[in-house]
Design a protein around this ligand. Sequence first.
Ligand code: F6P
Length: 340
Amino acid sequence: MKLAVLTGGGDCPGLNAAIRGVVYRAHRTGHTTVGALDGWKGLRDGNFRTLTPSELSDAVTRGGTLLGTSRTNPFQDETDATHLLGSVRAAGIDALVAIGGDDTLSAAREFARRGGKVVGVPKTMDNDVGGTDWTFGFDSASSVAVDALERLRDTARSHHRAIVLEVMGRNAGWVALATGLAGAADYTLLPEEPYREEELMAKVRAAVAARGYALVVASEGTPLGTAQGSVAGQDQFGHELLRERGVGAYLARRIEELAKVETRSAQIGHIQRGGPPTLFDRILATRLGVKAVDLVNEGRFGTVAVLRGAEVQGIPLEEALVRPKLVSAPWLDLLHTFDA
Ligand code: F6P
């Protein structure tokens, strides 16, 4: 068979490890692999490169995606969709492995509905794909955010300030949760909970009274209600560009006004998405890439390789796309056990 692999949506550490897993397993089981460049765009426009194991030997160690990516939705209009299916036929592609988050996987589901042979691999620093316990990219991104919080602690302690660290994650608070929990923040704000301004001020005041400084972690998707900043448009899948809301900067202003504590904010943005993957992400991405090819070999198209407990397995794309995975009540309970 001739397999194609693509990476769609935001990049994250572990994508190259997953591509490498696909290419090595395909090679071992007698297939060739081409990579579609820049996600669905490359598949639609017939932009491919041949992938061989030898050139990917150390790809497991590298961040980003060697295939490039984009937030192209190939099913946004019918002309594009027809173009895509024609281009897959013309390139003689027998099966596709689509690596991405909810958007890429919903495009994969549509591809399957139109007769395409596809298997998905979930990725995202947001960790919000349903049906899988963890997505690769999340551990690496959260580790960067924890490192940032530790650096901010030095400055907060030296200047007797409050500092708000704004992290990504879209409408899921996993990165904020992990950063707050593992980095010992005094207060953590997530999209899954209402914005409780008085509680935030009380925690900041208590932390400053106890040891002279306070650290707050806020997800970019924190629901600030009418107070939220401007919205800077949407991507092709209809998602708001949340970082433009300036949640961290807004909270810092409010803390200065209400808690009367000198405050700074830091938005680490895409720094969270770059750099080498952690051990966990390297292994998870490798396992899922390999599993995707196993699913192709078993003829289980329309499925996605996921992690359930310690096992990787294939589940229907439909099942993974029922709803995004948000931070659940037991995790919130764990987080708030450690509030200041
Ligand atoms: O989905 C991953 C993510 O990093 C989100 O956490 C963030 O809101 C978004 O992508 C940023 O998108 P872009 O890279 O297009 O600015």
